[in-house]
Design a protein around this ligand. Structure first.
Ligand SMILES: [Zn+2]
Length: 882
């Protein structure tokens, strides 16, 4: 699965006051928190949470009667099982369904089952007679109701038309039909779906047979290969479709009616992505067809269902030739989902505690594919661990590998699994080399194809092709939360401790860390790999060094620090480092500041040095870090900050100009967008405001005339600086353009860029979130946007208190549980108090919300601690610049 919604940037910017939490949200994987906690809450620890291993399913047939225009449906399922020991009870999963009959059949004998609901959604069918070991068919009939919550079988209403979609990862297949809903039960399935004749019905496999009777069409799909329930998918609705040609198997993109011509860009690139992955794995795409579906209301970014991959519509419906930076996300998500067809689908984790590995690997493979196929998008420069360090520094963070019993356990910290997991795979790749890494992965795939594995199986396969004891390194990184800070003293003594933020208390730990050193000794630059696994290590060669940089090519999952004199020497030789390494020096010093290991002056020293670099990617890192200090900008120092920006950075933006040209590479475009956003927000420059109003109006008149990266900032600046009397007009014009727009990315640029602070318009923005114009999956982002706009959250909570029931009922469960973290994280004590008062009465009512509140409180308090620690130094720095 992948959550990289087009709105992630909106959410991310809410947290822009500090790098601590930004990426935790950007990289966030969508998982759904299930519905309201059942009334009888029990301690999860003392009950069995999985089906007994004494009964094994071998094949399941499911027949569903679905009409998208009817919220209820019925079904029947036959599950072939093998009973291994005598029993009176058969367990299966089911949630929110009504089981109308259940029996066990063997030849001519039949055992009626009396079904009761147990813990963890396990239902027990009890027979009066003892069931002897042998083969049986478990027959269950049931009725259900579709939901609108983006999980299980759900309804999506789009442009007055109903569509049915499914999202079964992680534990949601049980909401659609009874099953052995655990990933280790990998068996063949066969689906039959009956629906009104005019509907298009698509499943995991090609169609075997279609019959029509009394206006009802019944489609029997071919039997699947062995697969887990979470990868089953089907969809019903009046879709249009477009052919994907050039694949090793047949493939189509299904889209809501009228949108087939918006798929040209992705159709052009899907075949090369698939071919590149087939080449990487050395195994052809393992299924008989590969269809994509554009889902108009999808909480998650995308889902790798076997043969029927679902995507948020914004990832597939694009302009024919999107600008270089707008290509990056759709291509990356497609590569991620296609990588899962092998890693996750062909070879599946035995249980949800290794889901992290699925996601880590798919993320790694997507990055690898992007570097191979699209070097112009500069994935090689991305420092992926920066996406994990923030969340992984939290005192309440859990290790990647942890006990998972229920759905909220899977969800907790899942975002971190992607980025930390990918970082750790990258660290292994950089240690053993890409070719060895690939050889290990190919061996692992061939050994375990169509089966289930645990993470150790992969480490073993990689150990076999390398000279390192990777398993030991993995254990420390995956079974412990957090990561090390390695300090290098002038005398060559290295000490490691657990990195933590200023004022936080954490339990100390030690890691086995591969350090890839670069240092200069007697005028020569040397490279060396050392493993440190103790608290203290002495490397005498470093005592002699002129300078040292301990993170060759910036692939290590750790922070580091050196003495001030060593930093000066390193900065004097900074061009000995590549651009990844230069960025790493800066991000690392910013982190050291947040850990209270160095002062504001040290970070600014690195920042000033890198802001003069020739490479736009390096300058952009400097601008990004400077922007993160914005949380220290207030009424008293904003004029000084504006002056600094106008003096040092406006000339750079003037040089780049605000118009994007065909010649601009991805780094130049990203630097321009970043500079424009920082200067537009804080430089208080009349000329820039005037230019922004012009660009915003031009975009509103013709949304294809300005790239969205520029247009979003222009709308924000124009609306932020609009006069009191004009705000209503701006709002109306933007909403009108939103309603007319067809492309999902244009729609989000329009409404999620608005910046209003006056009560009437703030309430209009929030009310808009509750209308049908904003889909449930996008609703929370509107609230996030408003929270971001307001320094003082009084208006926000005033509206929330009045509208909380409507809002929480509309939002998908996953967003409900994450709302505290996304909407309410703040750097103000007053806002935090209002947030606590708002969530206190409801946080136990919604599953997962209490954890969201805990994260929100952690991050808010951390921001306030940092603010009080660094405000004076930051002010002093600004004064020095004037
Ligand atoms: Zn994934």
């Amino acid at each position: 699965m992948k959550q990289l919604s087009t709105l992630a940037g909106v959410v991310a910017s809410v947290f822009a006051f500090t790098s601590l939490s930004t990426t935790a949200v950007v990289a966030q994987e969508a998982q759904t928190a299930s519905a309201v906690v059942s009334p009888a809450k029990k301690t999860l620890a003392d009950v069995e949470y999985r089906l007994p291993s004494t009964i094994a399913p071998t094949f399941q047939h499911i027949h569903l009667n679905i009409d998208p225009d009817n919220p209820t449906y019925s079904g029947k399922t036959n599950i072939d099982i093998t009973v291994k020991t005598p029993t009176k009870k058969v367990g299966f999963y089911q949630q929110d369904l009504t089981v109308t009959s259940a029996r066990l059949v063997s030849g001519s004998s039949s055992f009626p089952l009396n079904v009761t609901i147990g813990e963890y959604d396990i239902n027990w069918g009890e027979s009066q007679d003892e069931i002897a070991p042998g083969k049986y068919t478990l027959e269950i009939t049931f009725e259900g109701k579709v939901n609108t919550s983006s999980d299980g079988m759900y309804l999506s209403r789009f442009e007055e038309t109903n569509y049915i979609f499914t999202q079964f990862e992680d534990m949601h297949a049980r909401k659609a039909f009874p099953s052995f809903d655990e990933p280790n039960f990998k068996i063949p399935y066969q689906m039959t779906i009956s629906s009104p004749e005019h509907q298009e019905i698509v499943g995991n496999t090609p169609v075997e047979k279609v019959t029509v009777e009394n206006g009802i069409k019944t489609v029997v799909f071919e039997k699947t290969k062995p697969m887990p329930t979470y990868l089953i998918a089907y969809t019903v609705g009046p879709f249009d479709s477009a052919e994907i040609s050039g694949l090793s198997v047949p493939g189509k993109i299904y889209v809501p009616k009228g949108y087939a011509d918006k798929t040209k860009f992705v159709i052009k690139h899907i075949p090369e992505i698939l071919a590149s992955l087939e080449d990487f794995f050395g195994i052809k795409y393992p299924y008989k067809k590969m269809d994509f579906v554009a889902v108009p209301n999808f909480t998650h970014g995308a889902m790798e269902n076997v043969g029927l991959i679902t995507y948020r519509d914004s990832l597939l419906l694009l302009e024919d030739n999107p600008s270089v930076t707008e290509r990056s996300r759709p291509l990356n998500v497609i590569a991620h989902e296609l990588a899962h067809q092998w890693f996750g689908n062909l070879v599946t984790m035995a249980w949800w505690d290794d889901l992290w590995l699925n996601e880590a690997f798919a993320s790694w493979a997507a990055s690898h594919t992007m570097k191979t196929l699209y070097p112009e998008l500069n994935y090689a420069d991305r420092i992926v661990q920066e996406g994990a360090f923030g969340a992984d520094a939290s005192p309440t963070v859990k290790p990647v590998k942890k006990v998972v019993k229920s759905q909220p356990d899977v969800m907790d910290g899942l975002g971190l699994n992607y980025s930390k997991g990918e970082s750790i795979l990258q660290m292994i790749e950089s240690l053993i080399g890409t070719e060895k890494f690939r050889e290990g992965v190919q061996n692992y795939m061939n050994t375990h194809a169509w089966g289930n594995t645990v993470a150790d199986d992969l480490w073993r396969a990689l150990d076999e092709v390398s000279d390192f004891n990777l398993s030991a390194m993995m254990k420390a990184y995956l079974e412990q939360p957090g990561y090390p800070l390695i300090h290098i003293s002038k005398d060559g003594k290295l000490t490691q401790s657990r990195f933590h933020l200023a004022g936080a208390t954490v339990e100390d730990k030690t890691w086995a860390v591969p350090l890839k050193l670069t240092y200069q000794s007697n005028g020569k630059i040397l490279n060396e790999v050392v493993f440190i696994d103790k608290e203290t290590t002495v490397l005498p060669q470093l005592a002699e060094a002129d300078w040292v940089y301990p993170n060759d090519n910036a692939t290590g999952y750790f922070r580091w620090s050196i003495e001030p004199a060593q930093l000066n020497a390193l900065l004097n030789n900074i061009d000995a480092l590549n651009k990844r390494e230069k960025k790493n020096v800066l991000y690392n010093y910013q982190a050291l500041l947040n850990a209270d290991q160095v002062g504001v002056d040290s970070v600014m020293k690195v920042l000033n040095s890198l802001s003069k670099d020739d490479d736009p990617a390096v300058i952009r890192a400097a601008v990004g870090v400077l922007a993160e200090f914005s949380y220290l900008v207030n009424e008293d120092n904003k004029a000084a900050y504006a002056k600094l920006l106008n003096q040092n950075y406006m000339p750079l933006l003037n040089k780049l100009t605000l118009s994007q040209s065909e010649q601009d590479n991805a780094d130049v475009i990203r630097l321009r967008n970043q500079l424009y956003s920082l200067l537009g927000t804080h430089s208080n420059n009349d000329q820039l405001v005037e230019q922004s109003v012009k660009i915003a109006k031009q975009y509103l008149a013709d949304t294809s005339s300005v790239p969205s990266g520029i247009a979003g900032t222009a709308i924000e600046i124009a609306t932020r600086n609009s006069e009191q009397g004009e705000q209503g007009t701006w709002f109306n014009t933007i909403v009108e353009a939103f309603k007319k727009a067809q492309l999902p990315n244009v729609k989000s640029t329009l409404v999620y860029s608005m910046y209003f602070e006056d009560k009437a318009t703030v309430f209009k923005m929030l009310d808009l979130a509750l209308t049908d114009d904003i889909t449930p999956a996008n609703t929370m982002y509107m609230v996030v946007r408003v929270a971001r706009n307001l320094d003082d959250h009084t208006l926000l909570y005033e509206w929330l208190s009045k509208n909380k029931d409507a809002l929480l009922a509309k939002m998908p469960d996953y967003h409900v549980s994450r709302m505290p973290e996304f909407v309410s994280t703040t750097c103000s004590a007053e806002n935090l108090e209002m947030a606590n008062a708002f969530y206190a009465p409801i946080s136990e009512t919604y599953q997962g919300m209490a954890r969201g509140v805990e994260i929100m409180q952690d991050e808010s308090q951390q921001c306030m601690r940092l603010k009080s620690a660094f405000q004076a130094d930051f002010n002093a720095f600004l004064n020095e610049q004037l």
